[in-house]
Design a protein around this ligand. Structure first.
Ligand SMILES: *Cc1c(COP(=O)(O)O)cnc(C)c1O
Length: 376
């Protein structure tokens, strides 16, 4: 390559970096925390890191970050009140975590039927398709939480089969939390013994442990839990956390002679940078820091709701959620602020990088839209 050619491709990259940088503060509708600093990890880009095999047992390939991965899993398990007999690994995101959960559940119960919410993330449908699982849809209440009566109807209908129940600990659309306790009471009332509960806590899984609530969320009360790493925590690489019980993992692992390790994850080769990223994230901040960030985001959501309501926009938010729901605005605003929409509703998410100032600007745009449409 000539000096000129090198300069050209580097210029293209620098331009693209500037282009992307200019966009990041306008992203209001998707739950990606844009505020993080992992500069210290740059040097790891020089190594071919691979966390192949079980997250808790080193393979014969020495360039791995498994020690850090195990630390991260330990930290997250403790957040969900489990200090021993846990297992988990760092996945490529909430989607892989959900797919692995259904795979694990179907390994335990081969003829299990998956009960999932009509507001479940599309990754659940994908996991059902990949695992060719029979399934039944549970309808939701107005706030996006499952309808427990419809859940009970499904339990009665499929009571002869093992039930694989997927609950949302914060739905994607409205941030609604399904109550594990309610679901367990219904299962007990009908003497259901064979069941598996997976909680999809992609965004809210890193919010709930840091705010006051009485939801009683413990890993011991369920079979598995998934959280996205790139959402509330923030990461330059999409990643996720999958948590379960050690004894469930034992059902799935296979000893691989070639690796001198157990294969117990969905993928073979696994990138190890996100283990370092998540590990760094939990070193950089104390629990008090995370509590403060969560408080800031939830307060900002309240602020956005109040201000929108004041201007005649029908906005609302679920408890413990930074997802502010309001009627779908026009396309121009949706594009400008990367607002997420679903049928006739829209949402913004007050993530740590958002400020009162950015909310004010967004609401000013919404007001102009309403005036043009004759609502104001
Ligand atoms: C975002 C999300 C997912 C998928 O997570 P990814 O990390 O994007 O794969 C799964 N479930 C819920 C509820 C989500 O909000």
């Amino acid at each position: 390559m000539t000096q000129k050619q090198i300069k050209t491709y580097q210029d293209l990259l620098i331009n693209e970096y500037r282009n992307l940088l200019g966009k990041k503060n306008l992203i209001a509708g998707y739950p990606e925390n844009q505020r993080f600093n992992y500069k210290f990890l740059n040097k790891f880009f020089r190594l071919s890191i691979n966390n192949v095999g079980d997250s808790f047992q080193a393979s014969n390939y020495p360039l791995n970050t498994l020690k850090f991965e195990a630390d991260v899993i330990k930290y997250f398990s403790a957040l969900y009140n489990k200090k021993k007999d846990y297992w988990g690994y760092i996945t490529s995101g909430g989607t892989e975590s959900n797919l692995f959960a259904i795979h694990l559940a179907r390994t335990k119960f081969q003829n299990g039927i998956v009960l999932y919410s009509s507001h479940s993330h599309y990754s659940i449908m994908k996991a059902i398709a990949v695992t060719r699982s029979q399934n039944s849809l549970i309808s939701v209440q107005e706030n996006g939480e499952i309808d427990y009566f419809d859940f009970e109807r499904n339990v009665l209908k499929y009571r002869k089969r093992p039930l694989i129940i997927v609950l949302n600990i914060g739905t994607t659309i409205t941030g609604a939390i399904d109550r594990v306790e309610n679901v367990k009471i219904i299962l007990q009332n009908h003497n259901i013994e064979k069941y598996y509960i997976h909680c999809d806590a992609a965004l809210h899984g890193f919010i709930l442990p840091f705010c006051k609530h009485s939801l009683n969320l413990s890993l011991d009360k369920i079979d598995s839990l998934s959280i996205s790493g790139h959402k509330f925590i923030g990461s330059p690489i999409p990643c996720g956390i999958f948590l379960t019980h050690f004894k469930l993992k034992k059902m799935i692992e296979k000893n691989i002679d070639y690796l001198r390790a157990y294969d117990s994850t969905l993928l073979g080769s696994r990138e190890g940078l996100s283990s370092l990223i998540l590990w760094t994230a939990i070193q950089q901040k104390t629990k008090q820091d995370f509590q403060n960030i969560v408080k800031y985001c939830l307060k900002l959501a309240e602020y956005a709701v109040q201000k929108m309501v004041k201007f005649g926009i029908h906005a609302w938010v679920n408890n413990f959620s930074p997802i502010v729901v309001f009627p779908k605005p026009n396309e121009k605003i949706i594009k400008k602020w990367s607002i997420a929409t679903y049928q006739n509703i829209a949402h913004i998410i007050t993530m740590p990088h958002m400020t009162k100032k950015s909310i004010d600007k967004l609401i000013a745009d919404l007001q102009i839209d309403m005036k043009q449409n004759g609502f104001l």
